[in-house]
Design a protein around this ligand. Structure first.
Ligand code: TRP
Length: 358
């Protein structure tokens, strides 16, 4: 190995779809992991605005969301000097490679992807299996716009996001594992079709047990998510945040000593474990166990500790959010650096596929 390749840092790629402000789930699930990697790896983080288009957002809102998330990336600690930070749609090479890659992707495997089936089911208002989805999509003339081709080819675009950088690691949550698996499959298929070893096989970044943690929402059910309306946003002001936490779903209180907490209460403990000191969590766990807990006190404490995380970030968001000059300089620089890598890959892929100048 020569000096240069020895010093070469491994490449990390990840992105967040621009569908609204970032919340604590994004922060603990993605952003603060991105920050942890920025010193040791060659990181490229982007805003997936093309992916956001799959759900046909309002144009004004899409644009605002891209700007918000850019500011939120930086406010949460991502350094535009250390990382390449860019907007997906600023890299036209991604769109072209997406077209080329689609020639090696099967409609069937896309239709079998869990995220597609979920979204198609929701759009069609059905709960049943693949067969029904297929029948509805192919047979029903009025469904033309409800399940668009962009939604189907979402995994192709995501694979291209990753492969265009020859990424080694892709820090993503569990819900994205299948997309990563498809990325590796498309890479292998490309390699074997063209008898090359051009693409490597990227893997998730293993953060150990902390990485597997799901951030629950405040509604007592599943994970924190924009579409669930159960979020604490990084941009929430003090009053809003406190109000949301005080209204979080709980139960009537423990019925007997040492019982297992119900889901809504366990969710609050999980959130507490993310933001509070271990002694504080222990205090409330103990008081739950001996039935002396008062949820009002626990929530007050939880809100207090959440604010310690979010308020400094909120302040930084407000400082840069409307600084158009700063933001546009940053994305321009990010796009330039990302395009250097992307255009090299695209040039090489075109060559491999036989698209050559005459
Ligand atoms: N699909 C991802 C999500 O919804 C976002 C995403 C798009 C992504 N392209 C990516 C993540 C490439 C990692 C790498 O969370």
């Amino acid at each position: 190995m020569n000096q240069e390749s020895e010093n070469k840092k491994k490449v990390v790629v990840s992105g967040i779809r621009s569908t609204g402000n970032l919340h604590l789930g994004n922060y603990f699930g993605a952003l603060n992991k991105f920050v942890k990697l920025q010193d040791e790896y060659d990181c490229r983080y982007f805003i997936a605005d093309l992916h956001a288009l799959t759900t046909n957002p309002d144009p004004t809102q899409l644009h605002a969301s891209v700007k918000d998330i850019l500011a939120e990336y930086v406010a949460a600690g991502l350094d535009p000097e250390k990382n390449i930070i860019y907007v997906q749609s600023d890299i036209p090479e991604i769109s072209e490679l997406y077209l080329l890659m689609n020639m090696h992707v099967g409609i069937g495997e896309l239709m079998r992807t869990a995220s597609f089936k979920d979204k198609a089911r929701k759009a069609l208002g059905i709960t049943s299996d693949s067969e029904e989805i297929e029948k509805e999509i192919i047979g029903n003339q009025t469904n033309n716009q409800r399940v668009n081709a962009g939604l189907l080819t979402y995994p192709t675009l995501m694979a291209v996001d990753i492969l265009i950088h020859h990424a080694d690691f892709v820090p993503v949550g569990k819900d994205q594992e299948q997309h990563l698996e498809l990325t590796r499959r498309f890479a292998r298929r490309f390699n074997s079709f063209y008898k090359t070893d051009y693409f490597g096989e990227p893997v998730n970044f293993n953060f150990g047990t902390a990485g597997a943690l799901k951030v629950p929402g405040l509604d007592g059910s599943g994970k924190m998510g924009k579409s669930e309306g159960n979020c604490i946003y990084l941009i929430d002001d003090e009053k809003t945040l406190r109000k949301k936490v005080m209204r979080a779903v709980t139960d009537e209180g423990p019925k007997e000593p040492n019982q297992t907490p119900t889901q809504p209460v366990e969710n609050l403990f999980t959130l507490m474990e993310l933001v509070s000191e271990p002694e504080v969590v222990k205090h409330y766990r103990d008081s739950y166990a001996d039935c002396s807990i008062r949820y009002g006190d626990m929530k007050k404490q939880l809100a207090e500790d959440m604010l310690k995380v979010t308020l400094p970030i909120r302040q930084r968001i407000l400082d840069i959010k409307d600084n158009d000059e700063y933001l546009s300089k940053m994305v321009k620089n990010g796009a330039e650096r990302a395009r250097e890598h992307a255009s090299k890959t695209l040039r090489e892929v075109r060559e491999i596929m036989g698209i050559r100048k005459i």
